[in-house]
Design a protein around this ligand. Structure first.
Ligand code: 9MJ
Length: 675
């Protein structure tokens, strides 16, 4: 490259290409080159600019990160106030929202309202001001009329264009949107903070806020922030379209990133079904949302409706039930699980969170208790997301009363008094009492009776507790010797229910080898491993006689599982229980050993979701016999997702990961082709 003109031209080409690829990535979610190729273009531009610094311009993609920390943030006035949103909780309040609008607009019964629907991101509202297509100011909302100038920090966010695309943008264009931190980036940031012994952030929202408040933009640049646009501030000349949805469409054309989940819906029914659809997808989204937003699509109608105090009348945030709430810890107890694992549990002042009342929250293990330093009496943040077990997220230290000390691991099992052992380097502490420990006995029996094990209908937790406490049952086999008289003597056990239980016990005796193996509760032998072992060995005898090497020939069985299986059958008391179970008549039909060539789905991982016309268990068994491994959640390792009607978040996740999705018809076609 020898002439200046050629250098200038190359620089210009590189900038255009880099901006184009950024847009493909952030705005259209359709990258056309790999990250490595992108980095190569970027480096070439950096090299040229450092050789020819006279050609550097402020909106070059290399100039996102300034190198001068600020002393403080300047205050700026918003040309138009930055509004917030009114909330609606529940369908009734959504109905009221629409009724108010209909009244104000004096609409007839048959005049429908269209809304632009979008997820409500849980981040920070920002105003971006573009003059002549160039980003000149980025400000936080502040109190709505005055915010802070965070331009040098926002410039470091790659999703925010420094220069608008095309040439038909209005000379003054303010757009509003949310700066947020995707969950993956948040987790990585916290992992890194922990490694350095620094304080971690409670949630992605706080992390995003903290990142924008850095005075040194070089620090902000290292934070994984992103941005979606959802509205406008000052626009001259206005308007750019006649509806909210078209206006947003134009912003997207100019290179501003917009949520791909935006949709125009009609009437309150449209809003409600959109809400339900997003609820289903929520957990699979790569970022946190706390509700959905509906905005009257017609801008004339928006104008007519205007706003009250701080919020527009033409928009509403239909919020999800909060997933985090604060409450007080009454005490911390230690529960003993089926394998003796000791789990610290916080007993809480009951609190309504994530749609249910929560009075216990797991603290996972001692390492977590120490890390979070949770103590009785503390005010804590409790989180219940989706169907996940509620957990204590953090302690509100400012509210801690004096006179408390950190919790320590008890040395003896709170149930049986045996030693508690916590092997070096392991997070889990265990009661060493084995089946001597009533807690472990109870859990072993509950597991044995559960639906996916021996499926003994009517044998619930309370009943098992009573049976063990009264000494009627010591091990699973004892269940089959229970008599009508013994059962009728128990609390809340009428003669009829006693007979029903005896019938259920009798019925459970006919099972499958896989269910039987699972029901024994051998460590690390879950449902799908039990099925693999049954496929591999066909008979209990063959399995019991197998050594570790032989066991490891089973798909998905490695040295750890193999060691647990061998150790289980080596113990005399386990063999005695198995023997006793066979004696009382537990049995299963013999199955032919499945040769590998008869297992065409061997090595395939399948997830089943949604409503199917046949029972999910039957479909599962059919696939397992063909060698498939059935798991509960979709990941990169999943080969197929069988999706019935109303498949929700698993389907979205499969789509995101490019996992092959089969509907019921496609499943039957597949099974047919394998016969
Ligand atoms: C969020 N947080 O995602 C608005 N928002 O509109 C969306 N916030 C908003 N819209 C007017 N999608 C004021 C705030």
């Amino acid at each position: 490259m020898n002439t200046t003109a050629a250098v200038v031209e190359r620089i210009e080409t590189l900038r255009n290409e880099i901006n184009y690829h950024s847009r493909q990535y952030y705005v259209f979610d359709e990258p056309v080159i790999s990250d490595t190729e992108y980095d190569r273009l970027f480096r070439e531009l950096q090299d040229l600019e450092s050789e020819y610094p006279q050609f550097i311009i402020a909106d070059s993609p290399t100039q996102r990160v300034g190198d001068t920390p600020l002393a403080s943030f300047n205050e700026v006035s918003h040309s138009l106030p930055m509004l917030s949103l009114d909330n609606a909780f529940g369908e009734e309040e959504m109905g009221e929202f629409e009724r108010r609008i209909r009244d104000r607009l004096k609409l007839d019964g048959d005049q429908k309202i269209s809304y632009l629907a979008e997820p409500k991101l849980d981040g920070l509202a920002i105003n971006l001001r573009y003059e002549q297509g160039r980003l000149v100011l980025a400000a936080t909302r502040g109190d709505g009329s005055r915010g802070e100038d965070v331009t040098s920090n926002v410039r470091t966010i790659n999703a925010v264009p420094l220069k608008l695309q095309g040439d038909d943008w209005p000379p003054i264009l303010e757009v509003r949107g949310e700066v947020f931190m995707p969950r993956k980036g948040f987790e990585a940031l916290n992992r890194h903070a922990q490694e350095l012994g620094e304080k971690s952030f409670v949630n992605p929202r706080n992390a995003a806020a903290g990142s924008l408040r850095q005075l040194d933009p070089r620090l902000t640049a290292r934070r994984p922030l992103s941005f979606y646009t959802y509205g406008f501030g000052e626009v001259i000349p206005a308007p750019i379209a006649s509806t909210q949805s078209e206006s947003i469409y134009r912003l997207r054309q100019w290179g501003l990133p917009v949520s791909p989940l935006q949709e125009v819906v009609t009437g309150i029914q449209g809003c409600i079904s959109y809400y339900r659809q997003i609820v289903q997808q929520r957990d699979a989204l790569p970022y946190d949302i706390d509700g959905v937003v509906f905005k009257v699509d017609d801008l004339n109608r928006q104008q007519q409706l205007g706003f009250v105090s701080r919020a527009p009348r033409w928009a509403v945030a239909y919020k999800f039930p909060a997933q985090e709430e604060m409450t007080q810890v009454e005490s911390i107890e230690f529960q003993v699980g089926r394998t003796g694992a000791i789990t610290p549990v916080a007993r809480l002042n009951p609190v309504f969170v994530g749609g249910v009342t929560v009075s216990n929250a797991t603290l996972h293990n001692m390492d977590e208790v120490m890390r979070k330093d949770v103590r009785p009496g503390d005010t804590v943040v409790v989180r219940r997301a989706g169907d996940v077990i509620p957990e204590v997220v953090s302690v509100v230290l400012l509210k801690r009363m004096g006179g408390t000390a950190p919790i320590t691991l008890p040395t003896r099992c709170p149930v049986c008094g045996s030693d508690i052992i916590k092997p070096e380097g392991e997070a889990v502490a265990r009661c060493s009492g084995g089946l001597f420990c009533p807690a472990q006995r109870k859990e072993a029996i509950k597991h044995f009776a559960s639906r996916k094990a021996m499926d003994i209908e009517g044998l619930g937790e309370k009943l098992v507790d009573q049976l063990v406490e009264q000494g009627l049952v010591d091990n699973p086999a004892d269940l089959y010797s229970l008599t009508q008289e013994q059962l009728s003597g128990l609390e809340r056990m009428a003669e009829k229910s006693a007979q029903n239980l005896l019938d259920a016990l009798e019925k459970s005796k006919l099972t499958t080898l896989a269910h039987f193996l699972f029901s024994l509760g051998i460590r690390e032998v879950g449902e799908s491993t039990a099925q693999s072992l049954a496929n591999q060995f066909s008979t209990l005898d063959a399995l019991q006689q197998a050594d570790e090497a032989r066991l490891q020939e089973t798909p998905d069985v490695g040295p750890i599982v193999a060691a647990h299986v061998v150790s289980f059958f080596r113990q005399a008391h386990n063999r005695a229980v198995v023997e006793q179970l066979l004696e009382v008549g537990v049995h299963w039909p013999e199955v032919e050993p499945q040769a590998a060539d008869q297992q065409p789905l061997l090595g395939k991982t399948i997830v089943i979701t949604g409503t199917l016309s046949r029972s999910r268990d039957l479909i599962k068994q059919e696939l397992q016999v063909l060698g498939a491994k059935i798991t509960g959640s979709v990941s990169k390792k999943t080969d197929y997702l069988i999706a019935g009607e109303e498949a929700g978040s698993k389907r979205s996740k499969a789509e995101q990961l490019g996992v092959k999705i089969l509907d019921e018809a496609a499943l039957y076609a597949l099974l047919e082709s394998l016969k």
